[in-house]
Design a protein around this ligand. Structure first.
Ligand SMILES: Cc1cc2nc3c(=O)[nH]c(=O)nc-3n(C[C@H](O)[C@H](O)[C@H](O)COP(=O)(O)OP(=O)(O)OC[C@H]3O[C@@H](n4cnc5c(N)ncnc54)[C@H](O)[C@@H]3O)c2cc1C
Length: 304
């Protein structure tokens, strides 16, 4: 119930305008967000690289409804790619198609994406297209395949969510195509016809498709903080002898486990979000873990 409420609030404009005006909310969000500027994200990436962790930088934002607003997003991603290249950072980038105008038109989104991918290819920096709600699953996979074929397989990847009932089929096809896929559990509010409502079913699907995907020509990014998922993936890797994979986690979550996976010799990539549009991302992180809500509420009470 709490998860559903928080995910509903993550999309509600009225809640956004109340919560983003609380200074304390911004401070609590900083636990999950590297900062508001590119310089702060670069500093966080440098600190991760010093710990032998790689990164993927995300400029926060989604659901852009005015074409002119997407220009700033494109410029920011191009500046980010230039900075990663110039500073020699161990980092890729992640982006959301609704941030690049998918709600306005697929054509605008493709034009914007091509500008970013052109620079990414020039500097050999990977780009992952995040997955949003099921309103965008088909369009995201269609755009991913178009871009992957225009640019190249190793530079462009996308995300699949284990909570979706369609995922096993999608993963089978993407694996046969040799795709670069980040597998996560899924962070949006979805109806039971489309997504498994029970955590046990989501987890079972995650383990099942991880094992299957590791046996395909595709590259798998195992994106989870769940120890059971990590251990299931490690045993599938041992059994299958898979070599084309890495682990991924979010900035500010299970940092010690990020270090221990890197110390075991695994590639560990941390998703580093930054920017002022942190509201939707922050609410999805609260929805994932009731303890985070309690922490947020305690901070609120503490300020009175
Ligand atoms: C690198 C990366 C990229 C992602 N990209 C996408 C995407 O493109 N689209 C999408 O829908 N989702 C994305 N997600 C989010 C994902 O779908 C899940 O919502 C999120 O990772 C929580 O699931 P979990 O696998 O960690 O397991 P859960 O079952 O949610 O959590 C397992 C355990 O992990 C720890 N944990 C999990 N979340 C938190 C938290 N917020 N704070 C503190 N501890 C926590 C807790 O110990 C918890 O018990 C991404 C996640 C990662 C790691």
């Amino acid at each position: 119930m709490l998860r559903r409420l928080l995910l509903y609030l993550s999309r509600a404009g009225w809640a956004r305008s109340i919560i983003t005006h609380w200074g304390i909310a911004r401070r609590v969000a900083r636990r999950f967000v590297a900062g508001e500027t590119l310089d702060e994200a670069v500093a966080a990436t440098r600190a991760l690289n010093a710990r032998k962790l790689t990164a993927t930088l995300d400029y926060l934002g989604e659901s852009v409804h005015h074409a002119e607003d997407t220009q700033e997003v494109v410029q920011t991603y191009r500046a980010m790619l230039q900075r990663i290249h110039q500073d020699g950072l161990q980092a890729t980038v992640s982006l959301k198609l609704t941030h690049l105008g998918l709600d306005i038109s697929e054509e605008l989104c493709l034009t914007n994406l091509r500008l970013i991918l052109g620079d990414a290819k020039q500097h050999s920096i990977g780009v992952t297209i995040d997955m949003e709600s099921t309103a965008y699953t088909d369009a995201t996979l269609r755009i991913y395949r178009t871009m992957r074929d225009e640019y190249d397989f190793t530079n462009v990847g996308t995300v699949i969510q284990a909570y979706l009932r369609r995922t096993e089929d999608d993963m089978r096809e993407l694996g046969a195509e040799g795709s670069h896929v980040r597998l996560c559990k899924g962070a949006y509010l979805e109806p039971p016809e489309l997504a498994f409502p029970a955590k046990a079913d989501v987890d079972a699907n995650y383990v099942k498709v991880t094992r299957q995907y590791l046996q395909t020509p595709g590259f798998l990014c195992i994106a989870t903080h769940d120890e059971n998922m990590i251990q299931a993936a490690e045993s599938a890797i041992r059994e299958t002898g898979a070599k084309r994979f890495e682990f991924q986690m979010l900035y500010g979550i299970r940092s010690a486990r990020q270090d221990s996976l890197a110390a075991e010799g695994e590639t560990m990539r941390v998703y580093v979000p930054y920017g002022t549009d942190w509201y939707g991302y922050f609410m999805r992180r609260l929805a994932e873990r009731p303890a985070n809500v309690a922490f947020f509420l305690r901070s609120l009470v503490g300020t009175r």
